[in-house]
Design a protein around this ligand. Structure first.
Ligand SMILES: NC(=O)c1ccc[n+]([C@@H]2O[C@H](COP(=O)([O-])OP(=O)(O)OC[C@H]3O[C@@H](n4cnc5c(N)ncnc54)[C@H](O)[C@@H]3O)[C@@H](O)[C@H]2O)c1
Length: 256
């Protein structure tokens, strides 16, 4: 299938985990993908793996919280064909440990806001002129179920992710008339390196919160991102799509 045939897609945080899976899937569906990440080594590897599988991609080292890096990345993406069809804002600041409101630090608040929220805004602002001129475009924001539900000891991360839902709806309202679509995708527990860092009891607790009784895989999030990015979602905008094994649908946890 080539559901993104000849489209130009930008994916942030594409060197690892969910972003990597999204970049690979977009490329396998025919897009030319610009992978953006602060991790140069892994980012280059993602691109060489995509190319070895017959896909087309390039890597640019960049920090989404730095406006100059964002502008450089978007110029590089547009250089291909003068178009930018898809933007996936996936990068976020993921600290080794977050804190509740009482203990949270200025640093974690600033990094959460600067990377996930301002990074999403900088990229969105930079691609909008292309999408408006084309009268088409799809933006997929990778948020979290933590934007939908409270979670333990992560005030800065939760607040930032919740802000992204509001940002998505605001952009949806303003640029819908230009046929620019924007949606929030909310993963539940996904098996990336963040999951690997948590201990076994936390992992089992997470699995128990889902109706499916398991954590998800980055490739499963990539399938949902592909749908939202593709023309198959032509009437879907401003939506919040959980990809969470039923976590947010089942407020009553398993009764045993
Ligand atoms: N894994 C989960 O369980 C889970 C659940 C809900 C939401 N999410 C969200 O999914 C997204 C990806 O998470 P992941 O689990 O794949 O994490 P990950 O750490 O595996 O990947 C994140 C990538 O973002 C990059 N990155 C970080 N800061 C950056 C910056 N300033 N500029 C550019 N790139 C930067 C990292 O280098 C890394 O390659 C995040 O937005 C996260 O909040 C993940």
């Amino acid at each position: 299938m080539e559901r993104l045939k000849n489209k130009v897609a930008v994916v942030t945080g594409a060197a690892n985990g969910i972003g990597r899976a999204i970049a690979e899937r977009f490329a396998s569906e025919g897009a030319w993908v610009l992978a953006v990440d602060i991790e140069r080594g892994m980012g280059g590897k993602v691109v060489s793996d995509i190319e070895s599988s017959g896909g087309r991609a390039a890597f640019v080292a960049g920090d989404v919280s730095k406006l100059d890096d964002v502008r450089r990345a978007v110029e590089m993406a547009a250089f291909q064909t003068g178009r930018i069809d898809v933007l996936c804002n996936n990068a976020a600041y993921l600290a080794p440990d977050f804190h509740g409101a009482l203990d949270s630090t200025e640093h974690e608040w600033r990094r959460c806001i600067d990377v996930a929220l301002m990074g999403t805004h900088y990229f969105t602002q930079a691609v909008l002129p292309y999408m408006i001129a084309q009268k088409a475009g799809s933006i997929v924001n990778v948020v979290s179920i933590q934007a939908m539900e409270g979670m333990m000891t992560s005030a800065a991360y939760t607040a930032t992710k919740a802000a992204l839902l509001g940002y998505t709806r605001s952009v949806c309202y303003d640029y819908g008339p230009n046929n620019v679509r924007i949606n929030s995708l909310c993963p539940g527990p996904i098996r990336t390196r963040i999951a690997e860092a948590s201990d076994e009891s936390h992992y089992h607790w997470q699995c128990d919160q889902t109706a499916l009784g398991r954590a998800g895989y980055p490739e499963e999030v990539a399938c949902a991102a592909l749908f939202l990015a593709s023309d198959e979602a032509s009437y879907v905008t401003g939506a919040t799509l959980p990809v969470d094994g039923g976590w947010t649908a089942t407020s009553a946890r398993k009764w045993t």
